[in-house]
Design a protein around this ligand. Structure first.
Ligand code: SF4
Ligand code: SF4
Length: 207
């Protein structure tokens, strides 16, 4: 998602340009979008790659979550500096990085969450859990773990990220590669032999 309000030289609204594209990619029947994920390994050769993708634990059941935001309102840790806002704004420990994020599903920042910090210190009792209490869909999964997904991919497109911060740059590039890889795989498996590649050069959840 663009962090600039307008684009040069026409001063078009960058969010108005990008947001519909992101939604189109998310809803496209032949694109599988992995967010909060990283490429772990690539094996094989041109036309026949096998890509292992680590789907990191959001601590959320994506199938149940409807993005209502009640968990974020309930979270008492509200003064964490927002990475998307370059530290000028605040976010909660359970958060969506920016309002138009695709998908609109939060993630728990375990390093800043009272529940996980308490567990890391060996606390026997649950120290918070207010997000779980607030969630009407029982979508908070504190014990969720990373999963490895394997995709058969015909071609890989490595898209250079345009992250504004150096630290986020490599993560975003990796994520873009994963997205491009799976998009290509979808094209190969669902088409009638056409091997067209899709290159969704988007920034996704910056986590
Ligand atoms: S357990 Fe508490 S601190 Fe952690 S995300 Fe939920 S509400 Fe926030
Ligand atoms: S309260 Fe539950 S359903 Fe609503 S956004 Fe949070 S996790 Fe998703």
């Amino acid at each position: 998602m663009s962090q600039l309000s307008e684009t040069f030289p026409t001063l078009d609204c960058s969010q108005c340009i990008l947001t519909p594209r992101m939604v189109e990619v998310f809803q496209h029947p032949r694109i599988k979008l992995y967010t909060y994920s990283e490429v772990e390994a690539v094996d094989g050769y041109i036309g026949n790659f096998k890509v292992s993708i680590r789907k990191k634990a959001r601590s959320i059941d994506e199938a149940k979550c409807n993005g209502c935001g009640a968990c974020q309102k309930a979270c008492p840790n509200k003064k964490i500096l927002s990475e998307f806002d370059a530290g000028l704004g605040k976010r909660t420990a359970i958060y969506v990085p920016f309002p138009q994020a695709v998908p609109n599903i939060p993630v728990i920042d375990r390093a800043r969450c009272s529940y996980f910090r308490g567990k890391a210190k060996g606390s026997k009792k649950d120290l918070c859990g207010k997000c779980k209490e607030a969630c009407g869909r029982d979508a908070i999964l504190f014990d969720q773990t990373d999963t490895i997904v394997t995709e058969d991919v015909g071609a890989i497109v490595v898209a250079q990220a345009s992250a504004s911060t150096r630290s986020a740059k490599s993560r975003t590039a990796t994520r873009s590669a994963a997205m491009a890889s799976t998009a290509t795989a979808q094209c190969r498996t669902s088409s009638t032999g056409s091997n067209s590649s899709v290159s969704p050069r988007l920034r996704t959840h910056g986590r």
